[in-house]
Design a binder for this molecule. Structure first.
Ligand SMILES: Cc1ncc(C[n+]2csc(CCOP(=O)(O)OP(=O)(O)O)c2C)c(N)n1
Ligand SMILES: [Mg+2]
Length: 580
């Protein structure tokens, strides 16, 4: 093999592990790496305007595909800008390798211009963060970084000084095959036997599902049918579990709806499936609980735990289903399905009242219409803030749509950057960014990336001139809202000036046509919908203290919490209940 530089070897190894794009902003110490990308036909450099966008975009690719993605930052501030997006990728368990360029190797430790210590800086948001100090390290460090990112699902950071990156690499790659596919993990026999015993003893079982149920929809349904269990989900379980689910009792948590909370608290056995659901206040402490997770460290860290089962949800259920007796008593299940339908009927009216004429436009109305107009295989990226609520309640999953956000790290400004990664990964698919005006304006520079690459992303901007979610939090906490408003801004005019298709929508009657036009447009589009900042949403369970704070400040505001098409689903599930 002809002589290669360290940078070329690094890029070759990333390509061999399946990386097709390196997102970043060029810079001095990174030059050998960007030049290696330029000369390698198998990988493209994606020029973002802010490195954080690049990290979010790579994280989105990895979340959607399950495969390795990558981003890069130049020395000092260039890679410091990556950090928030990398936190998000890491906490979303997205396999991402970040390349952090470093100051000249002879200057390290002298407080040199732009000096940081990237191997230390990224320690907390990665499984692996190492500096290549000599060319001989390259194949092993890069391969180990890849194995960590893929094998442990998260971020690895490879730091390299510009001068080292330009030196000759060792002649061999190390001939190490890299992992690409996750293994299936079957729990131990004793754990399965113990879980089966608990299931057979129980009379009212509820399943609560998280992200770990991905790929296990059929098994969860089969198990729920066998033991007549209502099935609730956390936000990250929604994509995988809410569709084709005759046992659905909704979502629990701060954005929740329906009867998931009741089903979990009134059961005599709660089974947590692939969820690291963080809100202990929503989990019962007096109900026998079993938990199944592929990560042993998730087991029991948030709730009471009577049986810990270490394994994949799918493998566990496949082993468990034949070992448990089929239950015939549906009373608990039917009571919960009825509660769920009633809970949805109760809130749906709050949203439907005169909403076609409501100005400023009701955000829930926008979300409901977006759900109807979006393609059956659309990818939605969802900003942190109220968009999370609208997406959780109005988007209808179907097993083909995907919805990603910053659901664990909870960062603002994630949606549009993630849409860039999603659209580059899936050029033929409709990609929709549900953005808040606060989040969108935070990384707005990368609207120019959408335009430059002519990516047909539709940004649906919920433009309430407010940091709405925090406004709500302040009220719930008993604080008067402060520093939460922004001046009205015509984002459509900004987007048009940047070269995107854009409309500003102030009349609810224009919402549907504007969304259709945006979605049909062949390049980037922005639908700037002026929405009502006072459209509030409260979780189905808030504590007495929270409610007291809420009540003191909201007497004039309308509480709402619609649920869109879910109410029809709940009704049809009720119709399916066999008559005695
Ligand atoms: C980077 C970052 N900064 C601050 C916050 C705190 N925060 C959470 S939601 C939110 C408001 C989001 O406003 P916007 O994007 O306009 O959405 P809205 O809630 O108004 O729909 C803020 C400030 C955060 N989560 N992330
Ligand atoms: Mg806002």
């Amino acid at each position: 093999m002809a002589k290669r530089t360290v940078a070329e070897q690094l890029v070759d190894l990333l390509v061999r592990a399946g990386v097709r794009r390196l997102y970043g902003v060029v810079g001095d110490a990174l030059n050998p790496v960007t030049d290696a990308v330029r000369r390698n036909a198998a990988i493209d450099w994606v020029k973002v305007r802010h490195e954080e966008t690049g990290a979010f975009a790579a994280g989105a690719e990895a979340q959607l595909s399950g495969h390795l993605a990558a981003c890069a930052g130049s020395s000092g501030p260039g890679h410091v800008h990556l950090i928030n997006g990398l936190y998000d990728a890491h906490r979303s368990m997205a396999p991402v390798v970040a390349v952090a360029a470093h100051i000249p190797s002879a200057e390290i430790g002298t407080a040199y211009f732009q000096e940081t210590h990237p191997d230390r800086l990224f320690a907390e948001c990665s499984h692996y963060s190492e500096l290549i100090s000599t060319p001989e390290q390259t194949p092993r460090v890069v391969t180990t970084a890849i194995q960590h990112a893929v094998g442990r699902s998260g971020v690895s950071v490879v730091s390299v000084a510009g001068d080292v990156a330009g030196q000759d690499a060792p002649s061999r790659d190390g001939d190490v095959a890299v992992v690409t596919e996750r293994p299936a993990v079957r729990p131990g026999d004793a754990e399965i036997a113990e879980l089966a015993r608990l299931v057979d003893e129980a009379e009212a079982i509820t399943l609560f599902c998280g992200r770990g149920t991905a790929g296990a929809h059929d098994e969860v349904m089969e198990f729920a049918e066998r033991v007549k269990a209502p099935v609730g989900h956390a936000l990250r379980g929604k994509d995988w579990i809410q569709y084709d689910n005759p046992f659905d009792v909704g979502m629990s948590g701060l954005l929740g709806y329906g009867a998931a909370y009741e089903a979990m608290h009134e059961a005599d056995l709660l089974i947590l499936l692939g969820t690291d659901f963080p809100y202990t206040a929503f989990l019962p402490d007096d109900v026998r609980t079993a938990q199944v997770d592929i990560l042993a460290e998730h087991l029991g860290r948030r709730s009471r735990l009577d049986v810990a089962v270490w394994g994949d949800v799918r493998e566990t259920l496949c082993a468990l289903i034949p070992r448990v007796r089929e239950k015939t008593d549906r009373r608990f299940l039917d009571r919960m399905l009825k509660k769920h339908a009633d809970a949805l009927e109760g809130v749906v009216t709050a949203y439907t009242r005169d909403v076609e004429h409501h100005r400023p436009i009701h955000p829930e109305y926008v979300a409901a219409i977006l759900d109807e107009e979006a393609a059956d295989d659309a990818v939605f990226t969802v900003d942190t803030g109220m968009c999370n609520v609208w997406a959780a309640r109005y988007l209808s999953p179907n097993g083909r749509r995907r919805m990603i956000g910053s659901f664990t790290h909870g960062s603002m400004a994630n949606a549009m950057p993630q849409a860039i990664g999603a659209q580059l990964l899936h050029p033929g698919r409709q990609v929709i960014s549900m953005s808040g005006d606060g989040g969108f304006s935070m990384l707005m520079g990368d609207l120019l990336t959408l335009v430059e690459y002519d990516l047909p992303v539709t940004v649906v901007l919920f433009d309430n001139s407010s940091l709405g979610m925090v406004d709500l939090e302040m009220m719930v906490g008993g604080f008067p809202p402060y520093a939460t408003t922004y001046p009205h801004t015509d984002y459509a005019a900004i987007a048009r000036a940047a070269g995107a298709h854009a409309v500003r929508v102030e009349d609810p009657r224009d919402v549907r046509d504007a969304l259709r036009e945006g979605l049909a447009h062949s390049g980037p589009s922005l639908v700037d919908v002026v929405t009502d900042p006072n459209a509030l949403s409260i979780p189905p369970r808030i504590t007495g203290r929270q409610l007291a704070g809420f009540a003191t400040t909201t007497s004039k505001l309308v509480l709402s919490g619609g649920v869109g098409r879910m109410v029809q689903l709940a009704r049809s599930n009720l119709r399916n209940i066999p008559r005695p």
